[in-house]
Design a protein around this ligand. Structure first.
Ligand code: SF4
Ligand code: SF4
Ligand code: SF4
Length: 251
């Protein structure tokens, strides 16, 4: 019997871009393939082993029928890792959560709305206990490799709670606000090497919020840089709908 940790990958509502990033990362780090046994990974193998210790889950939970599947994974796996913004935050799928569900269903499926089972997309932590998160849309290759290395060493992957602006400043980037663009860096979790501002674009918040974001100040800054309330709401909805709705509910 193999002594290597058995690992499985699962996808729920997602584009599978994070799993493709995993495939890409492993091509650069084949040594990790010697250190684990992958028993289920639709992007790479046909086998569907049900005996695993570490489960990486991509995608949001967007149907009631996803819940028992997630619970079964949780029951089997000693460690569950949320892979990417869909699993971590509900992802882009959660944009629709500010609209009435029935309206969304009818917009998408027309007079056949009742044929399709769907509800408000949610992060997997709303359904099962999650032990670690690898954020981002898609995940960062280096962060995935680091997370797997930590897991193999018996440590939990850890994401420091600091804003993207800090990482961006350390790279000596010129702030995109000075170039007439908007950026969610002040409220977004760092760790992606500030890739969007580094290439001249504003951050869209794909890694989720820092622990104590000042949303009002962020709105004020975007307002001062010419965004309407509607445009600000749209900016904050790309990835952050569920987190901001939760903050609003908490008052
Ligand atoms: S987080 Fe982004 S890249 Fe990953 S599955 Fe979701 S939409 Fe795709
Ligand atoms: S570009 Fe964005 S992340 Fe960088 S300093 Fe400006 S606001 Fe912060
Ligand atoms: S800069 Fe922002 S949007 Fe771009 S990858 Fe990093 S967290 Fe995501």
């Amino acid at each position: 019997m193999s002594a290597k940790p058995k690992v499985a990958f699962f996808e729920f509502t997602s584009c599978e871009g994070c799993q493709l990033t995993v495939v890409d990362s492993l091509q650069d780090h084949p040594e990790l393939l010697d250190a684990v046994e992958i028993v289920q990974f639709r992007e790479a193998i046909s086998e569907k082993g049900e005996d695993y210790a570490i489960a990486f889950i991509e995608g949001s939970c967007s149907r009631p029928s996803d819940e028992p599947k997630l619970q079964a994974i949780r029951q089997q796996a000693a460690i569950v890792v949320a892979l990417g913004a869909c699993a971590h935050l509900g992802g882009i799928n959660a944009i629709r959560n500010r609209m009435p569900l029935q309206e969304v269903r009818e917009y998408v499926y027309g007079d056949r709305a009742e044929w399709f089972e769907t509800y408000e997309p949610r992060p997997i932590k709303d359904v099962i206990k999650v032990d670690a998160v690898i954020p981002g849309c898609p995940i960062d290759r280096r962060e995935f490799i680091k997370a797997v290395t930590h897991l193999l060493q018996g440590r939990m992957p850890f994401i420091p709670d600091q804003p993207l602006c800090m990482e961006c400043k350390l790279k000596e980037n010129i702030c995109v606000y000075t170039r007439g663009k908007v950026c969610l860096g002040p409220i977004t979790l760092a760790g992606c090497d500030a890739i969007c501002p580094t290439y001249g674009d504003g951050c869209e918040g794909c890694r989720g919020l820092i622990a104590n974001p000042n949303i009002e100040a962020m709105r004020q800054v975007m307002h001062e840089h010419g965004l309407t309330d509607e445009a600000i709401d749209a900016k904050l909805s790309m990835f952050l709908t569920n987190q901001i709705m939760a903050l609003e509910e908490a008052g």
